[in-house]
Design a protein around this ligand. Structure first.
Ligand SMILES: C[S@@+](CC[C@H](N)C(=O)[O-])C[C@H]1O[C@@H](n2cnc3c(N)ncnc32)[C@H](O)[C@@H]1O
Length: 210
């Protein structure tokens, strides 16, 4: 059985103090993950309250369900929080007391090599959070033209001078099938001292080595 790598919420009590203003209100956890924040919200809200738990990742939903169990106040919703108004029932729109967003990639998504987020484990280049749709990292790395690749690294990876250097070696190394191969190409471009920083920018959420 697959183990879900749990996320331990930081600043849990501070978040709860700011979020919960009406004990019987409607709340949204827009980044449900393994349900760490959601479980705490449910412990603090009243019997008439509702919590919608939104995530685009099936594995997150399964883990949250296992952590929370059956609770009539909890309504899981699969989808992207960017489309909340289409995900929530009409009666909730305009009635929400608080929304929590714990932005980023989950520990689980990084640690599971086959999700394709990790530069520390070799896995297929994927980096999609859910199976809803969308372009995989493989398609970007192997199909984007020079300028488009540079823009992805610059806009989303916040690479600075290196964004100009990375696309060419990537294009030269194609096909790049795995996260390990991409990490190796990046390492060949930057000085070893900066490799970890560059990996962390290109592989979102990877901020520490194991
Ligand atoms: C850091 S984890 C959240 C952990 C959670 N707060 C907990 O306590 O277990 C971030 C989660 O947000 C989800 N996520 C990221 N961007 C999303 C988006 N645009 N729409 C829906 N879910 C998203 C990811 O799939 C991941 O499960």
């Amino acid at each position: 059985m697959k183990v879900y790598h749990e996320h331990f919420p930081v600043m849990l009590h501070e978040c709860m103090d700011a979020l919960i203003t009406d004990e019987n209100g409607i709340y949204i956890d827009g980044t449900l993950g393994g349900g760490g924040h959601a479980k705490e919200i449910l412990a603090l809200i009243g019997p008439e309250a509702t919590l919608y738990g939104v995530d685009q990742d099936d594995e997150a939903h399964a883990a949250a369900k296992a952590r929370i169990g059956d609770d009539p106040r909890f309504i899981p919703v699969k989808g992207n929080f960017g489309y909340l108004t289409t995900l929530l029932p009409p009666q909730a729109i305009g009635q929400v007391s608080g929304i929590l967003l714990d932005l980023g990639v989950s520990t689980h998504q990084i640690k599971e090599a086959e999700r394709g987020f990790s530069f520390q484990e070799d896995g297929p280049l994927d980096m999609r959070m859910g199976n809803l749709s969308g372009v995989s990292a493989y398609q970007v790395v192997n199909n984007y033209e020079y300028e488009a690749l540079r823009d992805v690294f610059f806009l989303f990876g916040e690479e600075t001078w290196k964004q100009a250097k990375l696309p060419k070696p990537i294009i030269d190394a194609r096909p790049i099938d795995t996260t390990g191969q991409l990490a190796k190409v990046i390492k060949g471009v930057v000085s070893p001292k900066f490799a970890i920083k560059s990996w962390a920018r290109i592989f979102p959420g990877n901020t520490k080595l194991k």
